[in-house]
Design a protein around this ligand. Sequence first.
Ligand code: FE
Length: 206
Amino acid sequence: MAFELSPLPYDKSALAPFLSAKALEFHHDKHHAAYVKKLNELIQGTKYEAMSLEDIIRATADDKVKPTREVFNNASQVWNHDFFWRCMKPEGCGKPSGALADRLSHDFGGYDQFREEFKHAAETQFGSGWAWLVVDGGRLKVTQTGNALDPVDNGKPALLTIDVWEHAYYLDFQNRRPDFIATFLDHLVDWDFVAGNFEAVQEKVR
Ligand code: FE
């Protein structure tokens, strides 16, 4: 069955003035849509057609040879973008609270230390990629991945991500990736979504 482009969870103008409607239009309707379209073309008539997105990612992650690599790259980018949109909300931010805040304090020393580490990972990811807050061996960790890579294939549940491909920020911030990252962290993160992801991981290990 063909995959469909998930709609944005908010209106395209809802993240303004921090991210413009034009930037979301290009990022979601062109870039994200292109990954969905390409994935559907690649999996047509193959065993991947019957699989979930996560299963495709896990089944193709270790194969570095075309055309399987292309299936992985596009499936992974579809998953990453679906997840990324949900990490933001209009009137987002504030700071995490409750069990998630306690855990950030335990594993990073506090929210400010987490923020620095996440910001650093996003700024220093060389070229295109993503920065993540994941659960790794029971601890919260910040990681970065290049191109389409994500934590799905290595069993590290993702709690939060930021897209640092140039297409994510060039229209609004041009070359100023650090300004985009700071804007994301200070005005856009949906900490309720992140806390929900954390809670879901806790449920699984109980
Ligand atoms: Fe993107």
